[in-house]
Design a protein around this ligand. Structure first.
Ligand SMILES: Cc1cc2nc3c(=O)[nH]c(=O)nc-3n(C[C@H](O)[C@H](O)[C@H](O)COP(=O)(O)O)c2cc1C
Length: 239
């Protein structure tokens, strides 16, 4: 099957491993049927969404993808959108002696990370925008993840990836695994942009279906964000 320009994320660890092989064949699932009326979003359901740009290298493409996703999230209506670039954050590779899981609030983070920590604390949901480096995600993103623990707990995380033929899906598989350890809830639908250099123009994906795929991801993320915020406010998460 030809590789489409944009794919709703194929999750090789789940459905796609059964349907399309371990590398994730080019599956383009049909968009779920929509109810006749648009859902009404109450103010109490507005969730704070933190979108993180995971790559920090010179000349990176990440901000282009993240900016497009942030615009879709603002249009969606269920989110207060916060777009953050890891390139501006102090993220040392050397971690303190104790783990953030054990240290909790007392975890000694560098001053240049305080803003990232506060914005993660405030977030109800996350979108991680990641490229694929050597069949995984960038070290910058791993380091940023490892400096935090409670900030991920019982919160939903969606993935938007880009790269070569696989569209960053190997990176997303690794992220799903890591975020499960942190008690985050990973969203099934995602966006993967294969060969992004040929399929983006003026900051927009060329595939006309891209906004519709983004909406499916954001609908699921909004549902989980509202549900988990309510659950966290009602009782402590047992983990
Ligand atoms: C160190 C490195 C390793 C890469 N490995 C892969 C890879 O395994 N698969 C892939 O699809 N693209 C790979 N690429 C290509 C990247 O997906 C592409 O360069 C992309 O632009 C990187 O995102 P960025 O520009 O935001 O840093 C690699 C790029 C770099 C710099």
């Amino acid at each position: 099957m030809a590789c489409p320009r944009l794919q709703a994320t194929v999750r090789p660890g789940r459905a796609a491993s059964r349907e399309g092989g371990p590398a994730g064949a080019s599956l383009v699932p049909a968009l779920p049927a929509r109810a006749g009326r648009a859902p009404v979003i109450r103010m109490s359901e507005i969730s704070r969404l933190l979108i993180l740009i995971g790559s920090v290298r010179d000349g990176r493409f990440g901000p282009v993808v993240a900016s497009w996703v942030a615009d879709r999230a603002r249009e969606h209506g269920a989110f207060e959108v916060d777009l953050m670039d890891l390139a501006g954050v102090e993220i040392p590779l050397a971690l303190p002696a104790e783990s953030p899981k054990m240290a909790g609030e007392a975890y000694p983070r560098p001053a240049g990370m305080a803003d990232l920590t506060a914005r993660r604390d405030a977030a109800d949901a996350f979108v991680l925008v990641t490229p694929e480096y050597n069949h995984s995600y960038p070290a910058s993103l791993k380091a940023a993840i490892d400096w935090h623990f409670t900030q991920w707990k019982a919160k939903p995380v969606a993935f938007v990836s880009y790269g070569g033929a696989a569209g960053g899906r190997h990176a997303v598989l690794h992220l799903e695994n890591v975020l499960t350890e942190l008690h985050a809830v990973t969203i099934r639908e995602g966006l993967a942009f294969p060969s992004y250099w040929a399929n983006f123009e003026d900051g927009e994906p060329l595939d006309p279906q891209a906004p519709a795929y983004a909406k499916v991801l954001l609908d699921q993320l909004a549902w989980w964000a509202a549900a988990l915020r309510k659950a966290r406010s009602e009782s402590a998460y047992p983990g």
